[in-house]
Each structure stands twice: as structure tokens, then as C-alpha cells.
Design a protein around this ligand. Structure first.
Ligand code: GDP
Ligand code: IMO
Ligand code: MG
Length: 429
């Protein structure tokens, strides 16, 4: 049995979708365990591109089981529209292929309304959320008033819970935020319709996954977002509302932590961030703009331009430490082709000292100055490499330095968005 986790080692959009699809070939089950449709995971196979938000990136294979775990927050409207989108692209979605946890929490219309109203009220301090209702839905989960999938598919329970919630939410929306009240009947009727369509996919995910483990089947857990968007170890409050780190797997899927064998950190060869918050190696200059253009760095979920900067090893090492990464996958190394010089942040200067960790306090973080090492660039020939040895010498130096600084082996180097543009690093052991 081998279960492995794919996690973003930075601020999201590292290429988790691409790598999950690639590695899914070796797995029997692919599981999302946290986040929701704030995620935007791109998979490219031959000439087709697929943009996934809620459905695991193993869905393109006909013989894989894809699971949305209890730790995920599910917007049924978004889920059904993603099913339609995939079916339109020729991907079959059946209850054998897609399973949704009965314990997952449901994103309701008032969560989306509150996400927008709270952001507006934060003014200059807004987080820059995706506006998908993620934070307000997780708030209700922890407040213990949320509506779960098992409640959604029971009309009477849905009615009661919606009534209770909406009464309070409408007060909150109108009296605190000056927004417009939502109508019970409209939501109830809409969600009863969604429930009918969602019901065939609903099962107890923990029971299923533990059966798979007993049968020695391989499970791939697909993280969403990334290290520094983690609610505990990210750049709080500029984070998402779930545990994006390895700790989220066990609680978000209902398996023991000892059931995971490998933790793979997906790391972009540079750094990007969407939304607000600190970013020590950000390039607010021509180079940053150049990387954005070369890397098509625009959000899959919101279309926003991603902020770009140099690779920050302090961040990757936070992921190594917090998630116990056992290997790294470096993506988008091809995007940097054409730059004369490439920099890598290897530590921060903070109050006259060199530190190699990410401070909790944003005020301290603002005082941190990145310490860089500089590398010679490489050219477009990188796209022709089929093996690690065939990569340009300067790219190999860059990659070897990442291994040295993190103490973690690179298992895969990705040189393009397509499934085929993937190099497995073979080692003589
Ligand atoms: P995710 O959220 O981590 O799944 O990443 P996104 O899909 O949001 O963003 C990654 C983008 O980079 C997508 O457009 C991918 O198709 C693309 N991509 C992934 N790996 C590579 C790579 O190695 N090279 C290039 N050029 N593009 C890549
Ligand atoms: P994938 O899985 C990049 C960011 C938002 C915002 C913050 C909080 O594609 O890597 P939220 O809507 O979650 O409350 O927003 O988190 N964010 C992401 N950034 N990639 C993502 O997902 C993200 N999901 C959320 O931009 O800064
Ligand atoms: Mg993304």
C-alpha cells in the first residue's frame, strides 16, 4: 500500500492539478480533503485543457475513484456546473467515479453574500478572497451551525436548518452590513433541486477510504491552495480558512495519519501569489511582469493577475518542516528560460541577524529582507529535455541547489503544462 499527498509548497497555483493528474496513473483513488471551489487546478492532456475547482484531478481517468472528503466545503451549484462542464468535454461522471462525503459542509447563498460584504467592510484591509463563500462556510462549521451534505439530502432537516440559519444570517446581512435579505423559499427550492442531483454521489468517505487501505489500494490526496495560505501556518489573516498542510489530510478524509507514506511538495521554480498579503521576494518591476507574461500567471478561479517573485527557500522549508515533505516536484522551470540571471532567496535578514524561518508576526515579516543567491539562466532548449541529464547545465545547478537547501530530493521536474512534459528524476540507489 502506498498513499501519497500532493501539497502546494508556496501560495497555491504551483501546478498541483497537473502533477495530481500525472501521478493519478499510479493510484486507485484521488481525494480532495480541504478547501472548495476557491481552488483552480489545470490539467492538460494532449490538446485539451481542463480547469477543475472541486472535482479531484484524477477524474480524467475512467478507472479511478475520485473523492470529495469531509474537510471540503461544497457549493452544490458549482459542483453541478463542473460536472456539466466536464461532461461537455467528454469526461464521464458517475457515482462509481465520484463520491462526496456526507459530512462535507455545504456552501449556501448567504456564505457567498457574506464573503463579499465582509471583504467590502474590510476596505483597505481586505484579504482578496475568491468570493466563493469559503471563509463564511468554514466559520459556520466551527460555530456548529453549518449544513452538511447529509442535511442537504434530507428535506426536513434542510428546511429546519435553513430556517434557523437564514433568520440569523438575514439579520447579520441587513443590520451589520446593510445588505439585502435573502428569500427562504428561493433558496430552499433551489437546494432541494440540487440535493436530488447530488444524492447519488453521497457516501461515508472514511469507511470507503479505510476499505481501500485494507485492500492495499494506492490513494492520492490532492491538496488545494498552498503552505502559506494555511489557516495556522500561513500569512494570517491573509490565508484561506482550512489546513492546507499535511495535517489536513487525516481530519479532512477520515484516515489515520499513519496511513500516509509520502508527502510531495509541489514547488514552482519561482513564487506567485493571488490576493493580498506579504510577499518578501515579490518583483514589482519589469522582471515580475516578464515572468507573469511568460508563465500566463492569471488566476484559474478569478482571472486576477498573480503577483510574481523569485523562489523563496524559506517558504519551501516551512512546508518541508510543517508538512514533513518527503520529496519535491519543481514545476514551470521552463517559464524562467530566457532570463540572464535568476535569483533564489536563501534566508532573511531580520534586525541585523540572518534567519531561516518565516516569522508569525506580519510586522516582523515586513522587516525581513531577502538574502539572494544568483544563478546563470538557461534557454528554450529546456523544452527538449526528456531526462534530468538532458536539462541545461544551469537549470541543473539551480535544481541541485534547491535540493541542498531543503535537504529534500526532487522526484519530478515539470517543463510544460502537458501531462507529457514531465521528467521523473531517476536516481541510482
Ligand atoms: P494548481 O492550482 O496548483 O493546480 O495550479 P494552476 O492550475 O492554478 O496554475 C498552474 C498553471 O501552470 C496552469 O496553467 C498549468 O497548466 C501550468 N503549468 C503546470 N506545470 C507547468 C510547467 O511545468 N510549465 C508550464 N509552462 N506551465 C505549467
Ligand atoms: P489553488 O488550489 C491561489 C487565496 C485567495 C485569497 C486567500 C483567501 O488553485 O492553488 P478564500 O477565497 O480561500 O477565502 O481566499 O486565498 N486562494 C488561492 N490562491 N490558489 C488557490 O487555490 C487559492 N485559493 C484561495 O486569493 O488570497
Ligand atoms: Mg490554482
Amino acid at each position: 500500500m502506498s498513499s501519497f499527498v500532493v501539497l502546494g509548497a508556496q501560495w497555491g497555483d504551483e501546478g498541483k492539478g497537473k502533477i495530481t493528474d500525472y501521478l493519478a496513473e499510479k493510484a486507485h483513488v484521488v481525494v480532495r480533503f480541504q478547501g472548495g471551489n476557491n481552488a483552480g487546478h489545470t490539467v492538460e492532456v494532449e490538446d485539451k485543457q481542463y480547469k477543475l475547482h472541486l472535482i479531484p484531478s484524477g477524474i480524467l481517468y475512467d478507472n479511478k475513484v475520485n473523492i470529495i472528503g469531509n474537510g471540503v466545503v461544497v457549493d452544490p451549484e458549482a459542483l453541478l456546473s463542473e460536472i456539466n462542464y466536464l461532461e461537455g468535454l467528454g469526461v464521464s461522471i458517475t457515482p462509481e467515479k465520484l463520491i462526496i462525503s456526507d459530512r462535507a459542509h455545504v456552501i449556501m447563498p448567504y456564505h457567498k453574500v457574506l464573503d463579499a460584504l465582509k471583504e467590502k467592510a474590510r476596505g483597505a484591509n481586505s484579504i482578496g478572497t475568491t468570493g466563493k463563500g469559503i471563509g463564511p462556510c468554514y466559520t459556520d462549521k466551527f460555530e456548529r451551525c453549518g449544513i452538511r451534505i447529509c442535511d442537504l439530502i434530507n428535506k426536513d432537516v434542510l428546511k429546519e436548518k435553513l430556517q434557523e440559519n437564514l433568520t440569523l444570517k438575514n439579520k447579520y446581512i441587513t443590520k451589520v452590513y446593510d445588505g439585502e435579505a435573502l428569500d427562504f423559499d428561493t433558496i430552499y427550492n433551489q437546494y432541494v433541486e440540487y440535493a436530488e442531483k447530488v444524492k447519488p454521489f453521497v457516501k461515508d468517505v472514511s469507511v470507503i477510504l479505510n476499505e481501500e487501505i485494507k485492500e492495499d489500494n494506492s490513494i492520492l490526496f490532492e491538496g488545494a491552495q498552498g503552505m502559506l495560505l494555511d489557516i495556522d501556518y500561513g500569512t494570517y489573516p491573509f490565508v484561506t480558512s482550512s489546513n492546507t498542510t499535511a495535517g489536513g489530510v487525516s481530519s479532512g478524509a477520515g484516515i489515520g495519519p499513519n496511513k500516509v507514506n509520502e508527502v510531495i511538495g509541489i514547488t514552482k521554480a519561482y513564487t506567485t501569489r493571488v490576493g493580498k498579503g506579504p510577499f518578501p521576494t515579490e518583483l514589482e518591476d519589469e522582471t515580475g511582469e516578464w515572468i507573469r507574461t511568460q508563465g500566463h500567471e492569471y488566476g484559474v478561479t478569478t482571472g486576477r493577475a498573480r503577483r510574481c517573485g523569485w523562489l523563496d527557500i524559506v517558504i519551501v522549508n516551512t512546508s518541508v518542516r510543517v508538512s514533513g515533505l518527503t520529496s519535491l516536484v519543481i514545476t514551470k522551470i521552463d517559464t524562467l528560460a530566457g532570463l540572464d540571471k535568476i535569483k533564489m532567496c536563501v534566508g532573511y535578514e531580520f534586525e541585523g541577524k540572518v534567519i531561516d524561518y518565516f516569522p508569525a508576526s506580519l510586522e516582523d515579516l515586513a522587516k525581513c529582507k531577502p538574502i539572494y543567491e544568483e544563478f546563470e539562466g538557461w534557454g528554450e532548449e529546456i523544452k527538449n529535455a526528456k531526462t534530468f541529464d538532458e536539462l541545461p547545465e544551469n537549470a541543473k545547478k539551480y535544481l541541485n541547489r534547491i535540493e541542498e537547501l531543503t535537504g529534500v530530493e526532487i522526484s519530478i521536474v515539470s517543463i510544460g503544462p502537458k501531462r507529457s512534459e514531465t521528467i521523473e528524476v531517476k536516481r541510482n540507489k
